[in-house]
Design a protein around this ligand. Structure first.
Ligand SMILES: NC(=O)c1ccc[n+]([C@@H]2O[C@H](COP(=O)([O-])OP(=O)(O)OC[C@H]3O[C@@H](n4cnc5c(N)ncnc54)[C@H](OP(=O)(O)O)[C@@H]3O)[C@@H](O)[C@H]2O)c1
Length: 324
């Protein structure tokens, strides 16, 4: 029955424009609905994390480190994971988390892109603490790329950013089912907005968003999934130095910190807001909040989206260098 309409060029497009018109008509109500939801969320009760067990991957620096401190202040037991490196700060992070109030902190060196490592740290967590309440899949890397670089060098982006969340999730689910636990996935606004030079990173984060949006239906209501789609947050990851060191086989890097190029948010208030929302049972979190508006613009006005990406990136990133 629908085939006649869908195969006709005119009626096929008409559906889209009718939908746009409807959106325009209902948008005042959507606006009020958003405000009401926001107001309600301010009064929602927060999960008591005292005595709960939280496993955080990528806990040696940046957002993972700060999340460990926030959970520690709320009295949670912690397990933090990062790769074995001579300069790793994982042990210092564990000490600081104990000082801040965590009753017990376990730290383990493991590579999230290796399935056996992920099985090991989830099992060790449950053997040591007897339960698991929150799994925070945070470990990630963000190299710049260009299609002119050797594309075969970018496997680790998908291995760490995508599989590095999926593997621990797979092993953690049976334990989280028993505690009505939570999975927190640190995807990125890049997975929606696709900024230039972040093609592989954006693809890995888009894959995460799709995977966990789908997984939600399998594990809900026993497990709550919270997907983070953050904008630029002031950690090592958005510094020029990181783009140079963490660029895998890419030959491009920024000579400027991203905070000098695009609007960025400080990491501490961002993490406080994230943990607060997780405790209220949020299923998606975007910080800074204005990034949500960019998501709408991308879908409703794609030309405008391309315009500001062109404005921010190529012009300001004349400071982008290419080696070789
Ligand atoms: N900063 C931002 O603007 C921003 C925006 C959106 C999303 N995010 C996401 O937030 C997450 C944290 O990033 P960040 O900004 O806090 O950067 P960061 O300071 O570089 O933190 C990355 C963490 O991941 C760990 N890690 C990397 N590869 C790993 C592996 N194979 N196995 C285990 N751990 C690994 C790192 O530890 P070792 O290197 O010591 O192993 C480090 O602890 C990432 O997933 C990132 O994509 C960041």
């Amino acid at each position: 029955m629908y085939e006649t309409y869908l195969n006709n060029r005119f009626t096929n497009s008409l559906v889209f424009y009718i939908f746009l018109l409807l959106l325009l008509l209902v948008s005042p109500f959507l606006f009020v609905w958003e405000l009401v939801n926001y107001a309600r969320s301010c009064f929602r009760s927060k999960e008591n994390l005292s005595g709960k067990v939280v496993l955080i991957t990528g806990g040696s620096s940046g957002l993972g480190e700060l999340m460990a401190y926030e959970y520690a202040k709320l009295g949670a037991y912690l397990v933090i994971i990062a790769r074995q490196k001579p300069e790793s700060r994982l042990e210092q992070v564990a000490d600081r988390a104990r000082e801040l109030g965590s009753p017990d902190v376990l730290f383990m060196f493991a590579d999230v892109s290796k399935v056996d490592d992920c099985r090991m740290f989830v099992n060790e967590t449950v053997n040591h603490f007897g339960r698991l309440d929150h799994l925070v899949c945070n470990a990630g890397i963000s190299p710049l790329n260009s299609i002119n670089n050797d594309v075969t060098g970018f496997g680790p982006v998908i291995d760490i950013n995508f599989w590095g969340s999926v593997y621990p999730t797979h092993f953690a689910i049976p334990h989280l089912m028993k505690t009505n636990g939570k999975i927190i996935v640190n995807a990125s606004s890049a997975g929606v907005l696709n900024p230039p030079r972040y093609g592989f990173y954006s693809a890995s984060k888009a894959a995460l968003i799709s995977f966990y949006e789908s997984l939600r239906f399998e594990v809900s209501p026993m497990i709550t999934i919270t997907i983070l789609t953050l904008g630029y947050i002031q950690t090592n990851m958005i510094t020029a130095k990181y783009s140079r060191n963490g660029r895998l086989s890419a030959k491009s890097y920024f000579t400027q910190d991203m905070k000098d190029v695009v609007p960025t948010m400080a990491a501490e208030p961002c993490v406080k807001a994230i943990v607060d929302e997780i405790r209220k049972g949020a299923t998606s979190i975007t910080e800074p909040r204005f990034v949500k508006a960019l998501f709408l613009i991308k879908y409703l006005f794609p030309q405008l989206h391309q315009f500001y990406l062109n404005m921010y990136f190529p012009s300001k990133n004349r400071k982008l260098k290419r080696d070789g």
